[in-house]
Ligand binder design. Structure first.
Ligand SMILES: [Zn+2]
Length: 209
């Protein structure tokens, strides 16, 4: 049954300004309909035409207020901790990545580890040699492949057979990094690098790989 009333007169099933845990914290009560749930999920909120942010706002919950039942929050916390402890490779990779980002090494790798004319693969190898963990290397390689595939697809959408063909065309007709960035949807630094790398590989074909 309703336990509180909003300023607009709407009766609600949990008090304004807080969550209402029941069953020893196993569930929380939805303010709108009174359902007992493990969490107010985005899907559940949507049934009431609310986003999670909208739900919090309407019922006076601050942004940090968890919408999970205490039991579920605890389960998630323990699971997260266990995964963190078990996945040594991931943890090492993250730690290295964070350390490198903080010290600016990632930026260095991104801009200078690929000497003019090197192909991307060589750039990656150079970055790997400078001490990233295997986990981080794998992560980086996967990301790089994914990004490359996306740019290839963009190039085809723009009517070019390949990304290289696209870059050749842009270079030949004064394509700017800004234009490449806009057309491929990549970052500005990447656009500069793609244009430069292609410039190099055009005059120095694949014989160095
Ligand atoms: Zn509900």
């Amino acid at each position: 049954m309703p336990v509180d009333r909003l300023d607009d007169g709407t009766w609600v099933f949990a008090p304004y300004g807080s969550m209402l845990p029941i069953e020893d914290g196993a569930r929380v009560v939805c303010h709108v309909c009174g359902a007992a749930l493990a969490a107010i999920s985005a899907q559940h909120a949507r049934r009431h035409d609310l986003t999670l942010a909208g739900y919090r706002e309407r019922f006076g919950l601050n942004r940090k207020q968890s919408l999970l039942a205490p039991a579920l929050a605890e389960t998630r916390r323990v699971e997260g901790k266990r995964r963190w402890a078990e996945n040594d490779a991931l943890r090492t990779g993250l730690a290295v990545g964070q350390g490198m980002a903080r010290s600016g090494v990632l930026h260095e790798l991104g801009t200078t580890a690929q000497p003019a004319g090197s192909r991307r693969r060589q750039g990656r190898a150079a970055a790997s040699r400078s001490g990233a963990s295997p986990a981080l290397q794998a992560h980086r390689a996967a990301q790089s492949e994914t990004a490359r595939a996306r740019w290839e697809e963009r190039a085809r959408e723009l009517g070019f057979p390949t990304l290289d063909a696209y870059l050749t065309e842009r270079r030949a007709h004064g394509g700017t990094a800004h234009r490449v960035r806009t057309e491929l949807g990549c970052g500005g630094t990447t656009a500069v690098r793609l244009l430069a790398a292609h410039n190099g590989s055009a005059s120095d074909p694949k014989n160095s790989t």
